[in-house]
Design a protein. Structure first.
Length: 46
């Protein structure tokens, strides 16, 4: 599995304290297996 993360910044270390606690799936660092899915989310967010 090659995980993808949708962000416009480089993540060197996961810091859960920077995650928003009241999003859809609660506070966490989420990855996806499908690159196109991540690209679509990045286009919506950024």
């Amino acid at each position: 599995m090659k995980p993808y993360y949708g962000s416009n910044t480089i993540i060197e270390q996961i810091d859960l304290s920077r995650c928003k606690p009241y999003k859809d799936f609660r506070q966490g660092f989420y990855l996806a297996e499908i690159r196109e899915q991540v690209e679509q989310m990045v286009n919506i967010i950024f």
